[in-house]
Design a protein around this ligand. Sequence first.
Ligand SMILES: [Mg+2]
Length: 259
Amino acid sequence: MVAPGVMPQTQASSAPAATSLTLPALERSALFFDVDGTLLDIKPEPRDVVSDEALRALLERLSARCHGALALVSGRSLADIDRIFSPLNFSAVGLHGAEIRDASGAERRADPRIMDHARKPLRDFVTAHEGLMLEDKGATLAVHYRQRPDLGAEVLRFLMRFCPADGLAVQEGKFVVELKPGLYDKGTAIAELMRAPPFADRTPVFFGDDLTDEAGFAFVNRAGGVSVRIGSPEVRTQAQHVLPDTQALRALLVHEARP
Ligand SMILES: [Mg+2]
């Protein structure tokens, strides 16, 4: 079905634009949602982000319609995702794929000790640069530079020193660079969930907004699914479709979840 306000991601110059975002029927879909910048607007302080009641009810309705094949896919930890959507506990991917909880409630978490050798150098680096903030999430370490956009390139260069020889990888985001285990990304995590019920044999649909979501878009495209990026249509992305903002996604989901 056609959603209001949907912009096609690519347009052939002479052909009519590909005009519509068509989602597969919920009964045959597996839904994957990034959280910040996708379901909820980004806030300066990540701890201030919390789901409103209407969003929780909407996600519950969608989850029921796709028989539980709905998962949240975030750079946050599973614990932080659960805080935002409390008292609900959806299937979820945390730390860009380093943590995962399937529909049965079983969890797999990367060992935080993988970051041990990087913790002190990162702490020292952040202390030496006014305005930077280190967020220690266990198996990932995030350096936020929202207060100091001028330091973005330097932060990236510093974190690159730790990979790939150490088995780590760098994940860039909006005013943040993270060190994470190199084995996992949002694509590998969605693929992992798709191997088991209730996700298996469904069409994956993934909504995201940031660079970390590109691996998820790429997997979903390969799997014959639907990929949707939230944000400006000017940004290069592997997503097949673009929605302008979180409100447009909310409107689409309300439309899809109607009885
Ligand atoms: Mg996001």
